[in-house]
Ligand binder design. Structure first.
Ligand SMILES: Nc1ncnc2c1ncn2[C@@H]1O[C@H](COP(=O)(O)OP(=O)(O)OP(=O)(O)O)[C@@H](O)[C@H]1O
Length: 229
C-alpha cells in the first residue's frame, strides 16, 4: 500500500472556522482502498475536517492534499474539479426536493460537465442499479423512505466514479437496520481502490463492520488503536 500515493495527505494541519482552529497538528494519510471511521463528541471537529477536505472551508495551517489538489493553493474555480473526484454523503441526504430521482442525478452530471444524453442516461441507470433503486427514477424524494433517499444520495456520490467517499454521519437519520444496509452498500461499493472516510456516532456500526478509527478530541485527531468505544 505504501508505494501507492495517498488520496488524502495532511501534515501538521489545522482546520477550523474564521481562523480559529478546531483541530490542529493533524497528520492523516488515506490510501486507495482504505475505509476509515472518524468518531468524536458533538462539536469535536468531525464535520469541520470533512468540509476542509472538500474545500468548503480553507485549510488554516500545515500541508493538505486531496486527490492531487493542494488545499492551500487551490483556486476557487478549480474546486469543482476537486469535488468531481469525491463523493459526498450527508446525514440529511440533501436531495433536491422539487425534482425526481432522475433529475437529481441529472443535475449533478450537468453541473460536472456531462453533455451526451446517451451517456447521461446510461450513467444514471448504472448508479441507480448499483444501489438497488433502478425502478425509482421517477419518484420524488418525499415519495421515498429515508433509507431509499440515502441510497439515492449514495448513487449521486458515485456518479463521477470518485476516488474518495466522504460520508458525514450517513446513518444518523436512519433506523439501525436501514443504517446497516447503507453501510453494507457503501462498503460493497468501495471494495476496489476507492477510499472512504466516514464520520459517525454509531458505535454499533463500527463494532459490526470494524475498520481503522480516528478520534477527534481536545483539538487533536488520534488513532483509536483498539476500538474500546
Ligand atoms: N460555521 C461555523 N462558524 C463558526 N464555528 C463553527 C461553524 N460550524 C461549526 N463551528 C464550531 O466548530 C466546532 C466543531 O464543529 P463540527 O461541526 O466540526 O463538530 P462535529 O464533530 O462534526 O459535531 P457533530 O457530531 O455534532 O456533527 C464546534 O465548536 C462548532 O461550534
Amino acid at each position: 500500500m505504501e508505494n501507492k500515493k495517498p488520496i488524502v495527505l495532511l501534515e501538521e494541519a489545522s482546520v477550523g472556522h474564521a481562523n480559529e482552529p478546531v483541530l490542529s497538528d493533524i497528520h492523516l494519510s488515506i490510501y486507495p482502498g482504505e475505509f476509515i471511521y472518524m468518531i468524536g463528541e458533538t462539536g469535536s471537529g468531525k464535520s469541520t475536517l470533512l468540509k476542509t477536505l472538500y474545500a468548503d472551508l480553507p485549510l488554516l495551517a500545515g500541508k493538505g492534499y486531496v486527490a492531487g489538489f493542494d488545499l492551500h493553493t487551490i483556486k476557487r474555480h478549480k474546486i469543482p474539479y476537486l469535488r468531481r473526484q469525491l463523493g459526498i454523503i450527508f446525514q440529511d441526504f440533501q436531495l433536491l426536493p422539487d425534482r425526481n430521482v432522475y433529475d437529481n442525478l441529472l443535475f449533478v452530471l450537468k453541473a460536472t460537465g456531462w453533455k451526451e444524453k446517451k451517456h447521461i442516461n446510461e450513467r444514471i441507470q448504472n448508479v441507480l442499479s448499483s444501489v438497488g433503486m433502478e425502478g425509482k427514477a421517477k419518484k420524488m424524494p418525499h415519495q421515498l423512505s429515508g433509507g431509499e433517499q440515502q441510497r439515492v444520495s449514495v448513487a449521486r456520490a458515485l456518479l463521477n466514479d470518485p476516488k474518495l467517499i466522504i460520508a458525514d454521519e450517513p446513518t444518523g437519520n436512519l433506523d439501525p437496520d436501514t443504517g446497516e444496509d447503507i453501510i453494507r452498500l457503501i462498503r460493497y461499493l468501495t471494495q476496489s481502490d476507492r477510499s472512504v472516510l466516514m464520520a459517525t456516532h454509531d458505535y454499533n456500526i463500527i463494532l459490526k463492520f470494524p475498520a481503522p478509527t480516528l478520534r477527534c478530541k481536545n483539538g487533536k485527531l488520534t488513532n483509536v488503536l483498539k476500538p474500546n468505544l
